[in-house]
Design a protein around this ligand. Sequence first.
Ligand SMILES: NC(=O)c1ccc[n+]([C@@H]2O[C@H](COP(=O)([O-])OP(=O)(O)OC[C@H]3O[C@@H](n4cnc5c(N)ncnc54)[C@H](O)[C@@H]3O)[C@@H](O)[C@H]2O)c1
Length: 260
Amino acid sequence: MIGYGAMGQSLRASLAKSGDGLTIAAALLPTLSSCDAASRDSVRVFHDIDDLVAWRPSLVVECAGHAAVRDIVPPLLRAGIDVVIVSIGSLSDAGLIDELEAAALAGGSHLIVASGAIGGLDALRAAKRAGLTSVVYLGCKPPAAWQGSAAESLCDLPQITSRTVFFEGNAEEAARRFPKNANVTAAVALAGLGFDQTKVVLAADPAITCNSHNVTATGAFGEFSIALHNNPLPDNPKTSLLAAMSVEASIVRHFAPLAL
Ligand SMILES: NC(=O)c1ccc[n+]([C@@H]2O[C@H](COP(=O)([O-])OP(=O)(O)OC[C@H]3O[C@@H](n4cnc5c(N)ncnc54)[C@H](O)[C@@H]3O)[C@@H](O)[C@H]2O)c1
């Protein structure tokens, strides 16, 4: 695993309980970060990519952030190691997508993108084959969840009393202006109409306690709408339990003889 924060620890514990026989055996961590959680869980710690490559992990999962996808994933793919990533917002950088593709081709490896906190991407990908006319993503969170983001300068977060839309634009602009909230918009854009054509609406609502995501797509296939109301991870309210579970599902599917 790259990183061993709230998502990584939740995932390790959940996999250990699952009975699938899969274990998070090691973590690649920044040199100055604490290794306490990894040591507690008997997870071997690496600080150097070359040492991790030499250890030949059967799969690496990224649960660390956009910089880790940019800096660590290409050398792993070039070394022939398959990688699951969850920091999908990093893929709003078209140059990085090209670099990852070249690295995977050179190494004969695969990059697998976990669905993260959103669902319905399989339907979106399938619908795209027949032609999509519109994809709209609406993300709504409690005001506190937007603190520290550009939303603070677009509305008075502590004072709002009802659902308040503070951004309408495309996924490219949303990823640029709200980088810490870009994972879900990027996942929807990549599966569907791309960053320019995917419409994004972001809102804060003091009446809700979980993060909600709505995707509505129309096209030759017909129309679908999907709504998720995600509970947070206990150790990091900014991360959804479902995002961690999506990484677990990707790992299990990767090793299963039947990809059900
Ligand atoms: N796709 C989605 O829907 C979705 C949802 C939530 C979070 N995420 C992504 O998952 C990531 C992890 O979430 P979390 O709750 O575990 O965060 P966290 O802050 O609890 O943990 C992050 C961990 O990554 C490590 N780290 C940071 N930069 C690193 C680097 N360059 N190399 C190696 N390790 C590094 C940190 O030391 C820490 O161990 C988030 O940064 C976010 O990008 C995706």
